[in-house]
Each structure stands twice: as structure tokens, then as C-alpha cells.
Design a binder for this molecule. Structure first.
Ligand code: HEM
Length: 468
């Protein structure tokens, strides 16, 4: 007992010395009002936080009501917190609305770091991995072909492709989750997207939020019960692997740690995490390519030279460096989750030598890290070639999926999607401005939780080599 008391004493002394000797964090004086901050999401909050980093450095604090937030804006400090000291910063801030949306903190993205959360994430991670090995490639290829068909049906008309990208990304997830895909015109799909979008809005009206969460839960519940009642179930679907995982757990000491509610919430996690992100990224890619048609030509020429008639497989990626450089550069300039999801310090710790007390909210400013002039030459320019010539930046400094215990759960799904969707589209189509008068897409973006490009129209002209 006395050893325990003594070590407790040492710990207090150590913390005191640590706090006392540590310099205080720089940051703007005065309080940042939460309301202002949320309003700023319309005014590109990531850019605002990145500008503050130019004044205060890659780690600074913001006071927001009673909460102190620490903003990290270089890949070095982000990796120190999220990867090296992952166990100190794996928490999530607890909020009232977050609790409602996440079924009382029982989902993965908003749930706090507890034993239950760890078991939940492990279960979904292994179900996803199993599914990735068995069927992911085929599932994405099928949606890439459907997407090509949708583009071909436009017959060169000027269109906004945002919705087609959303349907493709959403179908990958619904096929993985419960073996179902939807038509663009399906009312069920539109209902699902409309309530997921409403729930994600910053500053939601409370009554509206409750209504949308109820609607969302009804839709998901229906899907899961349909899946369970099928005689011939799709064995590859994640739902099947999750149900088996829960069944297995009944025979271990973790009895009842995870229940059907966790399967329900994991489905919500995958749908929210995996739809708008991938769709927004695809829409950014086409927008950037309209600004740089020469990049589009290089990607196409590389594909037909290396693969000839054949369509790419994910395993071809090492032979297609130009295509990969395009993917990396769009992820760098427009990380679609620009501020990741806020983390919370679950114990006293430090970052870059600054003392960080327990419960501090950490904002990983991925957008800032990707525009850090110490790492990237001409950080605001779209230059995929920077990844080919070995100058002006390196893929090691990219952190679009975060890192550590909270690393994006869908990273491998997303990477395969970005590769196959882009490859299939650029292999068969040339993307052009609708006419000489049309202005190029506005590349500043609209930042909410997901950073999106403002809507624009494009013409997809089939290449002579296309097989659509
Ligand atoms: C979390 C990025 C696609 C599921 C995250 C985070 C980022 C991110 C930055 C937060 C990490 C953190 O808190 O530090 C992206 C990007 C994507 C993408 C850039 C595509 C371009 C996907 C897909 C799925 C997915 C396809 C599902 C299949 C999730 C989930 C979380 C998450 C469940 C929460 C993880 C946790 O809190 O432990 N993602 N994501 N994401 N993502 Fe993704």
C-alpha cells in the first residue's frame, strides 16, 4: 500500500514539475465563441485555423467557453499526438448532441475511449478486413462500371456529377454492409441520404435533430431485420460477420459487452464515414482536372501504355505512378475531413514540450498540415508532379486519414475506391468544360464536417478506347 501511495506522490510531483516547467501555449487572447466557430464552418474554418497557425505556430490554444482547444497544424505534431502518444489522446469530447446522434456514445466515430468502444472497433475492423479480402475489389469494380454507365447515358450533356458520385460511394457501403445496392432514383436511398445530411449539419435545431435520428434509426433497423430474415443471406456482408462476432462473444468472458445496438451504430458509422467523403473527393478530382487538362492526358496515356486494353486492378497501382500522384495531390490539397474529428486528452500529457491537461480538446488540422510551407513547396498549388519528381513534398507527410487508435476505419476501403473509381473514369472519359464560355470550378470549397467543392457542371466525353 505504501509503495502505491509513494508512487502516487511521485506522479503528482512529476505532473507539477512538468506543468511548472512547461512553457504556456501561444494563442489568440480572449474567448473564441463556439457559436462563432460553428458559423465559421461556412466561412472555411480550416483556412481560418491554418492562418492562425502562421501567426501562432503549429500548436496553439483557443479558448472556447469553458473548453480549451489545442489546434495542431503540422504532420509532426499531429503524429506526435495521434500516433506516438495515441493512448493519451484517443478520447472524444462528450457533447449532448453527439450523445443523441451516436445512440448514447455507442458508435465508433463519436464514442469515447472505453473497453466497450475498443471491443466495438475491433469487431468492426475485423469484419471489414474479412470483407475487404473476400469481396471489396469486385464490389467497387461493379460500382465503377455503373458509374461509367451513368456518365455514358448523359451523352455528353453538361451535368453536375455530385449525386452520381454519392450514389456510387453509398452503394459500395450498402453492398458491403447488407448486400444491397440502390438506384439513383430510389426513394429509400434519397430518404437515407437526406436524414444523414441533416444530422451532420453544425448547429442543428434540437427537435429536428431528434426527428432525423429517429428516421435514420428506423431505416437502418428495417435493413438489419430484412437481412436477418433472409433465407439465403449474402455471406460476404459485414452485417453477417458482425452478428457472428457478437454470437462468439457470448462464449467468452466479455458476455453482453456488445449487442445488436452496436451493429446498428456500426452501420451508421460506415454509411456516414464512407459516403460523403469518397464522393466529395471524386468531385474535387474532376474539378482540379478541369483546371489542369494536361494531367488528365498524362493519367490516360499512362494507363493505356501500361495496361493496353485492360482495365486496372488495385494491384496495378505500383505501375501507375502518375495516377497515384493525382490521388495523393487531391488528398493533400483537399483532405475531405479537414479537421478530422476532435480528440480529447484522456490524461495529462504533452505535445511538442507543452503541457496538455486531461480533457483538453485536440483539433488535428489536417488541412493545415497539408499546406505547411516547411514541408510543401508552393503549398496552395495543384501539382501532382511533386510526388513524382521527389521534390516539394512527400507522401510520408500526408495525414488525410488521421492516425493511431482513431485512424479512419475505412482507410483501406477508401484507398481502393479512390484508385478504381478514378482509373475507370479517366480510362473511358475525357472531362471537359461544357463550353468555351463556362467558368472553371471554384476551388475554394465549402467546409462543413466534409470539405466539398461548390457545385459545377462538366461534360464527360467518351474516349475512342472506351467500352461503355
Ligand atoms: C474517421 C478521413 C473514408 C469510416 C476518419 C477520420 C478522418 C477520415 C480524417 C478521423 C480520424 C481521427 O479522428 O483522427 C477519411 C477520408 C476518406 C474516408 C479522407 C475518403 C477519402 C471512409 C470510408 C469509411 C470511413 C470509406 C467506411 C468504410 C470512418 C470511421 C471513422 C472515420 C468509422 C471513425 C474512426 C474512429 O473514431 O475510431 N476518416 N475517411 N471513412 N472514418 Fe474515414
Amino acid at each position: 500500500k505504501s509503495v502505491g501511495a509513494e508512487s502516487g506522490l511521485w506522479q503528482h510531483l512529476y505532473q507539477f514539475l512538468n506543468r511548472a516547467s512547461s512553457p504556456s501555449l501561444p494563442g489568440p487572447t480572449g474567448h473564441f465563441l463556439l457559436g462563432n466557430m460553428l458559423e465559421m464552418t461556412h466561412d472555411h474554418l480550416p483556412i481560418h485555423l491554418t492562418n492562425l497557425a502562421q501567426r501562432y505556430g503549429d500548436i496553439y490554444r483557443l479558448k472556447c467557453g469553458n473548453t480549451t482547444m489545442v489546434v495542431l497544424s503540422s504532420s509532426e505534431v499531429i503524429k506526435e499526438a495521434l500516433v506516438k502518444k495515441w493512448s493519451d489522446f484517443a478520447g472524444r469530447p462528450i457533447s449532448y448532441t453527439g450523445d443523441i446522434v451516436s445512440g448514447g456514445g455507442r458508435n465508433i466515430s463519436l464514442g469515447d475511449y472505453t473497453e466497450e468502444w475498443r471491443a466495438h472497433r475491433r469487431l468492426v475492423h475485423s469484419a471489414l478486413q474479412r470483407c475487404c479480402q473476400q469481396s471489396l475489389h469486385g464490389v467497387i469494380e461493379r460500382q465503377a462500371i455503373q458509374l461509367k454507365k451513368a456518365l455514358s447515358d448523359y451523352q455528353g450533356r453538361a451535368v453536375d456529377l455530385a449525386e452520381d458520385f454519392t450514389v456510387a460511394a453509398s452503394n459500395v457501403i450498402t453492398t458491403l454492409a447488407f448486400g444491397r445496392e440502390y438506384d439513383k432514383s430510389s426513394s429509400e436511398l434519397q430518404q437515407l441520404h437526406s436524414c444523414l445530411n441533416e444530422i451532420k449539419l453544425p448547429n442543428p435545431v434540437f427537435a429536428r435533430l431528434l426527428k432525423e435520428v429517429t428516421r435514420r434509426d428506423e431505416i437502418i433497423r428495417q435493413h438489419l431485420s430484412n437481412y436477418k430474415s433472409q433465407d439465403k443471406k449474402n455471406e460476404d456482408a459485414i452485417t453477417g460477420a458482425l452478428l457472428q462476432g457478437i454470437e462468439k462473444q457470448h462464449n467468452t468472458e466479455h458476455k453482453e459487452l456488445l449487442t445488436d445496438v452496436h451493429i446498428h451504430m456500426a452501420t451508421v458509422d460506415l454509411l456516414i464515414g464512407g459516403t460523403e467523403t469518397t464522393a466529395a473527393w471524386l468531385n474535387w478530382t474532376i474539378a482540379f482536372l478541369l483546371h489542369r487538362p494536361d494531367v488528365q492526358t498524362r493519367v490516360y496515356e499512362e494507363m493505356v501504355t501500361v495496361l493496353e486494353e485492360r482495365y486496372p486492378k488495385y494491384s496495378d497501382r505500383h505501375r501507375l505512378p502518375v495516377l497515384c500522384s493525382l490521388i495523393s495531390e487531391v488528398l493533400r490539397l483537399r483532405p475531405v475531413a479537414p479537421l478530422a474529428v476532435p480528440h480529447r486528452a484522456i490524461r495529462d500529457s504533452s505535445i511538442a514540450g507543452y503541457f496538455i491537461p486531461k480533457n483538453t480538446v485536440i483539433i488535428p488540422n489536417l488541412f493545415g498540415a497539408h499546406h505547411d510551407p516547411a514541408v510543401w513547396s508552393e503549398p496552395y498549388s495543384f501539382k501532382p508532379e511533386r510526388f513524382l519528381e521527389g521534390g516539394g513534398g512527400s507522401t510520408r507527410a500526408l495525414v488525410p486519414f488521421g492516425g493511431g487508435a482513431r485512424l479512419c476505419l475505412g482507410e483501406s476501403v477508401a484507398k481502393m475506391e479512390l484508385f478504381l473509381f478514378t482509373a475507370y473514369l479517366l480510362r473511358d472519359f475525357q472531362f471537359l468544360l461544357p463550353d468555351d464560355e463556362a467558368s472553371l470550378p471554384d476551388l475554394r470549397g465549402v467546409a462543413s464536417v466534409v470539405l466539398k467543392v461548390k457545385s459545377y457542371k462538366v461534360t464527360a466525353r467518351a474516349r475512342p478506347t472506351a467500352t461503355v
